[in-house]
Design a protein around this ligand. Sequence first.
Ligand code: FAD
Length: 391
Amino acid sequence: ELPPIDGDFYDLSAKLNEEDRALQLQVREFMEKEIKPIVNEHWLNASFPFEIIPKFRELNICGVTYSGYGCPNRSFLMEGIIAMEMARVDASIATFFGVQSGLAMGSIYLLGSEEQKQEWLPGMQQLNIIGAFGLTEPEVGSATAGGLTTTAKREGDTWVLNGQKKWIGNATFADVTIIWARDLDDNQVKGFLVRKDTPGFSVEKIHDKMALRIVQNGLITLNNCRVAESDRLQHAGSFKDTAKVLKMTRAGVAWEAVGCARGAYENALDYTRQRKQFGKPIAAFQLIQGHLVEMLSNLTAMQTLCYRLSELQDAGQLKDEHASLAKVFCTLRTRDVVSRAREVMGGNGILLEYNVARFVADAEAIYSYEGTKEINSLIVGRAITGFSAFV
Ligand code: FAD
């Protein structure tokens, strides 16, 4: 009898308490039963499976780590495990969740006033309100810290926003989008809660992506879009505050990369044990085992790193450079794992139905979003050398 297939080689989930382990298995079951059967078709059609929202809601996992406002108040480790379990089946669904629960809800939870939290978070927790996070611009991607060109001009009790935002996940259907803009008076970056039907706010879907095709990315145009002062994130005073949100979500992206690698590895291992050539399962060949062990080594290193990352986060000790190092390492290693997974599956590795080709494509987007390898490396480089090498 063949040994069971499990990408958690060092049994790291033994570190979870019973309650967390139960939730991990619940998320796994949801992903396996509800998402896996429909995901390739949605990926191909670049459509979002809105039909899953009610079942998603039942899991009660949005705003995992936040307390109050109906949020579950679980650990950062639990949040990481959820991101991994989602990405293990599909990275687009993990990204949808990361935008809603991390970037959008996180901006409000970390930087909103009490009234703003009460207005938005309970509905977002229940997925009755969908959020998006608009930082990147068509001409400003890596350089958002100093270079945002979207402007905000205060006029009495309202702000007038002008500019464009590119790549914004969930933007085509979001009820509220956090728009980051430079205040023309004090030159600081501020955050605004922009409601869907606000005049001057429009969204165009970005078509023909070769990765994360289920994620609905939008190009947002703000044309004299007026937002009330009461919809300005009250505790976001400069880009340093935006970075607090990114530190939290980058840790989540590292876990997503683990999930992607784990899904690809487990599928590839399964395939190689079944596929026969020269009269034997290909898993019995030394060169194939070499690939499998390389994949598992990378996957295990990533997982171990992420467990410690979450421990630091739970202890309130996570620094920007910790999150950046994990994001760089995991997304880079994941590219290697998914490409080996594809390789050991031969031609079938490029067919969607074998559930590895999608990971190969999606790993490319995860590698670049929430700060590229270069930008996150420069964050680590600055921390260890004391020199900033950004410009
Ligand atoms: P650029 O900044 O143009 O970079 C191009 C290359 O130059 C990269 O390799 C980069 O590392 C390198 N580079 C740049 N500066 C330096 C430097 N100083 N030193 C060395 N190399 C450098 N953004 C949002 O705000 N909200 C979202 O919801 C969102 N979702 C996304 C979803 C997807 C699928 C994708 C692909 C992107 C998303 N983004 C989102 C945007 C994402 O964060 C940016 O793509 C990313 O930050 C990189 O910016 P860029 O694509 O403009 O690349």
